[in-house]
Ligand binder design. Structure first.
Ligand SMILES: Nc1nc2c(ncn2[C@@H]2O[C@H](COP(=O)(O)OP(=O)(O)O)[C@@H](O)[C@H]2O)c(=O)[nH]1
Ligand SMILES: [Mg+2]
Length: 277
């Protein structure tokens, strides 16, 4: 046997002994900060929602070293959910960067994200996946703003802020957001190969528009859902995050060049924002 043939023989012998790992269909990132009371229920409900579907889901919890011990609880569930990944970041905080960190560790054909506080109904991921498959969409968006969708008992000011943010987004990104109703969604699923993660610059709370603008999506669809009330834990959303979102929109607007004004405005707004907070 030549050396080359020998090497081939041994490589094959070793790889035959390795367990056959099938790549997951979906890699779902669940960002957590102080979600000790929600994380187990979320994992259970996502897992159960795919029972009998034959679809392999890779669940990835990304926790920013929450003081309430979320990481430990998630780690403790690895026996129950083989393949569950738990990433604990100790030097970084922030929702958008946490989500990208999770996707960096993911191996699925589709990437997705869901809030970990059960405000997004856990079965939405299966519905997004099935809708994307059926309609051959690159991106499936969980939407509160199409028929059948909505928000459960939101305070009036959150409704106003959400609608204003939606309108500003549509003004700044008219082409990208043409036909999309829920531009501030935090839950979506997309074909992984449509986005180069290295090209993303995640900031603040919102990751959807960053992915939509930097990725290449030929077909987007919206799937209705009702945004639930939080029953455990507390929101980390703040006025600062609302302002950061507008700043982020201005940056995205200047990046796509869809309207001319954002570049200058972004500079001004950024200056104001970072002096204020
Ligand atoms: N890893 C990580 N997750 C976060 C951070 N901030 C919020 N989250 C998670 O992101 C999701 C949405 O946050 P939430 O505070 O509920 O936002 P709201 O629904 O807009 O009030 C929840 O699962 C949070 O635990 C953060 O800084 N790091
Ligand atoms: Mg929430």
């Amino acid at each position: 046997m030549t050396i080359k043939a020998e090497r081939r023989f041994f490589r094959r012998a070793v790889s035959d002994r390795l367990p056959r790992m099938t790549a997951p269909a979906i890699s779902l990132v669940m960002p957590t900060y102080n979600e000790a009371k929600n994380v187990a229920e979320l994992l259970r409900r996502v897992h159960d929602s795919f029972a009998g579907s034959g679809v392999a889901v890779e669940m990835i919890v990304v926790d920013d070293n929450s003081p309430d011990g979320t990481t430990k609880i998630a780690e403790g569930l690895k026996d129950r959910y083989p393949g569950l990944k738990v990433i604990c970041r100790t030097t970084e905080r922030g929702l958008a960067t946490a989500v990208v960190r999770g996707w960096e560790a993911a191996g699925g054909a589709y990437f997705a994200v869901i809030d970990s506080d059960l405000q997004h109904p856990p079965d939405i991921i299966r519905r997004l996946y099935e809708a994307a498959m059926k309609e051959n969409a690159d991106m499936a968006i969980a939407s509160r703003k199409v028929e059948g969708g909505g928000t459960q008992d939101w305070e009036w000011y959150r409704v106003v802020i959400s609608n204003v943010a939606n309108i500003i987004a549509k003004i700044l990104l008219p082409k990208t957001l043409w036909g999309i109703h829920d531009t501030t969604t935090g839950c979506f699923l997309f074909k992984a190969d449509r986005v180069n993660l290295k090209k993303l610059s995640p900031t603040g709370f919102k990751i959807f528009l960053e992915v939509l603008v930097r990725g290449k999506f030929a077909k987007n669809i919206e799937v209705p859902y009702v945004f639930n009330q939080r029953t455990e834990g507390a929101s980390k959303m703040s006025l600062k995050q609302d302002f950061l979102f507008i700043y982020h929109l201005l940056l995205l607007g200047s990046a796509t060049g869809e309207v001319l004004v954002p570049a200058g405005l972004a500079a001004l707004f950024g200056l104001l924002l970072f002096r204020l907070f």
